[in-house]
Design a protein around this ligand. Structure first.
Ligand code: CDP
Length: 219
């Protein structure tokens, strides 16, 4: 089979990662979670006590940082940080780090390198517009902000995280605002992306839609 690249973009909590993982398993692709990379560097910035607006220190830190994937697990300087990067403290602050030009350049370089030698389904904010503009398929996954907030809230509740639905919706709105108004490759739907509103769809329905779209065009 020839090499395939699928780009999945959309705002926080739209279901991108759950859906991408399932599609990856169904049609045998490597799943690349680019959000995890921005989360990993944010985790390191916080651990080093660096302020989010201290670009000089952040860039210095970036230059002595390695981020990579091994079998769907994320490694920061050789250490697995799957769990740590999902903490709400990271979710709340990642967009401040992800808007820094030098951070984005380094992450995009790693992302393109990964996609250059294997078939991938890559999810994020700028995959169809910037990272893989020539992807074979592009999807933009969306849902109402209330539904996205509800999903994220359920996830956090399962982990016994003490918060409220209102707070989570506000945090998501804030993140969407920063992600879509930033200067460098903001979140937006690529013109040639196929949009799926998942507000009233089950995960399986979305996965089926994506697989059907791919199979139809490849017949
Ligand atoms: O899973 P969730 O939708 O909450 O977020 P994520 O995909 O883990 O991404 C976390 C954050 O990283 C986003 O809110 C963006 O600020 C940033 N990000 C980005 O700027 N570009 C990407 N390609 C992926 C994530």
């Amino acid at each position: 089979m020839e090499k395939l690249a699928i780009a999945i973009d959309g705002p926080a909590g739209a279901g991108k990662s759950t859906i991408s993982k399932l599609v990856a398993n169904r049609i045998n692709l490597n799943y690349i979670d680019t959000g995890a990379m921005y989360r990993a560097i944010t985790y390191k910035v916080i651990n080093n006590g660096i302020e989010f607006d201290d670009k000089v220190e952040i860039i210095k830190l970036l230059n002595s940082t390695s981020i990579d994937f091994n079998h769907n697990h994320i490694y920061l300087d050789g250490k697995n940080v799957d769990k740590e990067i999902r903490e709400n403290k990271i979710s709340k602050n990642v967009s401040y780090i992800a808007k820094i030009k030098e951070v984005r350049e380094k992450m995009v370089e790693i992302q393109r390198k990964i996609a250059s030698n294997k078939s991938v389904i890559m999810d994020g904010r700028d995959i169809g517009t910037h990272v893989l503009p020539k992807a074979d398929f592009k999807f933009y996954i969306n849902a109402s902000v209330e539904e996205r907030g509800r999903r994220r809230y359920e996830e956090l509740k399962e982990k016994n995280f003490d918060t409220t639905l209102e707070k989570i919706i506000e945090e998501i709105k804030n993140r969407d605002r920063i992600d879509s108004t930033r200067e460098i490759s903001p979140l937006r739907k690529s013109e040639d992306a196929f949009e799926i509103d998942t507000t009233n769809l089950t995960i399986d329905q979305v996965v089926d839609k994506i697989i059907k779209t791919i199979e139809k065009r490849r017949e």
